[in-house]
Design a protein around this ligand. Structure first.
Ligand code: DC
Length: 225
């Protein structure tokens, strides 16, 4: 059976997850949030003190990481992603995790492990996968590739509103700094840096609603609809 892969890459808080989730729901595809995977292993490293005042204890982290895996919940209808048998939520979106995740994502052994896991998780069928390197590294032959950008201030405000709505005490300037730092680290790292695949369609979401961007994406995926 021919399966379809839709890759949605781009900068932090450009709307990737929301758009990808909507696309997957509408098409009946599985949604895979690879940022969640990088955040989950960062949280794992923080909890197990592989990240401490000295920085990242790479050898110990690598050894422990190789014993971990991602899987889908047994309940086929919910398609919840599990990391080492547990599912995670808001604890992965704190500023502490956000401030370490790009450093963790810059480690070669982390990327190798997660790219491998991402390809296994995709074997279920057609997928919409969002991240930074999906169209360039994970699935260079993806059927459709989108690359999302937006002004940093607008992205920081979106993330700020999201965290405040969840009751987190955050300061807009800290979020903006984190967004700019992550942009820099994600796009300048040596391994699989964030960059637009040559054949990806770039969409600037700064001034458009989710609905407008979705319509545009659908018109590309299904031009006659
Ligand atoms: O999409 P997000 O903000 O939840 O991603 C968190 C971090 O994970 C992001 O700053 C970079 C990293 N990441 C990555 O390097 N490659 C991916 N495919 C997805 C995320």
């Amino acid at each position: 059976m021919k399966t379809t892969v839709i890759a949605v890459d781009g900068f932090a808080s450009t709307g990737k997850s929301t758009l990808s989730k909507h696309l997957a729901d509408a098409l009946g595809f599985t949604y895979i949030d690879t940022g969640y995977m990088y955040r989950a292993v960062t949280y794992f490293a923080l909890k197990n003190a592989f990240i401490n005042e000295q920085g990242i204890e790479e050898d110990a982290f690598k050894k422990a990481l190789h014993k971990t895996s991602f899987s889908w919940s047994k309940d086929k209808s919910s398609k919840t992603m599990f990391f080492n048998g547990s599912s995670y939520g808001d604890e992965l979106r704190t500023l502490e995790v956000s401030s370490w995740v790009s450093k963790v994502a810059g480690l070669g052994f982390v990327r190798d492990h997660l790219v491998y896991q991402q390809r296994i998780l995709s074997q279920l069928g057609s997928v919409v996968m969002d991240g930074r390197d999906i169209g360039t590294v994970v699935f260079p032959d993806a059927d459709f590739k989108f690359f999302l950008i937006a002004d940093a201030e607008v992205r920081a405000k979106r993330r700020y509103d999201e965290l405040r709505a969840k009751g987190e005490e955050v300061v807009l300037e800290d979020i903006l700094k984190n967004v700019i730092d992550r942009d820099h680290q994600d796009s300048t790292r040596l391994i699989s840096p964030l960059k637009k695949a040559e054949d990806a369609l770039e969409i600037d979401t700064t001034n458009f609603s989710i609905e407008t961007v979705l319509d545009h994406m659908f018109s590309v995926i299904n031009p006659k609809a």
